[in-house]
Design a protein around this ligand. Structure first.
Ligand SMILES: [Mg+2]
Length: 185
């Protein structure tokens, strides 16, 4: 049976936080810069939950935009995982209704995958996952607890959690050898 890799989109395949910062500062020019997004609740003094979630949804709903480009490493990263025998599930925390625009963006940039999972609970995939790549510390901790090899890109909001059973790297080229190393997850 093929090993399964569950790969996030936002802040894993592209720099979602920069788009989010750009949108949030339209309403609040004093919104703190990304370097100060050091936990999951950084936005709370600056905007309502409704505004924050609606802003994320607006970006997700406009995914196939000329300005929203994947990291240069994203395409070869996925191609290498596939060549190494992984079954790739791209899994993003977003409304299932954003499927067609998300698919169009993945296709446009040649981001290969076997399945696209869009929901607000990707952890349902972790029991069968050999590898999980994500930027959210809680998600990575859960993946590691399920026995997956868990890793992500290093950001201000996850760096304090790096000793919690997962690894963080500056780019996808450096995530790859960790996922491909022999041995148990
Ligand atoms: Mg993410």
């Amino acid at each position: 049976m093929k090993r399964t890799a569950v790969i996030d989109i936002d802040n894993t395949l592209w720099q979602f936080c920069d788009a989010l910062y750009g949108e949030l500062t339209k309403g609040r020019p004093d919104f703190p810069p990304v370097e100060r997004w050091i936990d999951a609740e950084f936005w709370k003094p600056f905007c309502s939950t409704k505004t924050f979630l609606a802003t994320i949804d607006r970006i997700n709903s406009d995914q196939n935009n000329d300005r929203f480009l994947p990291y240069p490493e994203a395409r070869p990263f996925l191609e290498t995982l596939r060549k190494e025998g992984f079954r790739i599930i791209i899994a993003s925390h977003r409304r299932p209704e954003t499927r067609s625009v998300t698919e169009a963006w993945l296709r446009r940039h040649g981001l290969v995958h076997d399945e696209l999972h869009l929901s607000f609970d990707k952890t349902v995939l972790f029991d069968k996952a050999a590898a999980v790549v994500d930027d959210a510390p809680a998600t990575l901790e859960q993946a590691a607890a399920c026995g997956a090899r868990a890793a992500g890109l290093l950001f201000p909001w996850n760096k304090a959690y790096v000793n919690n059973g997962f690894m963080l790297f500056p780019n996808l080229d450096q995530v790859l050898p960790y996922l491909l190393a022999p041995g148990p997850a």
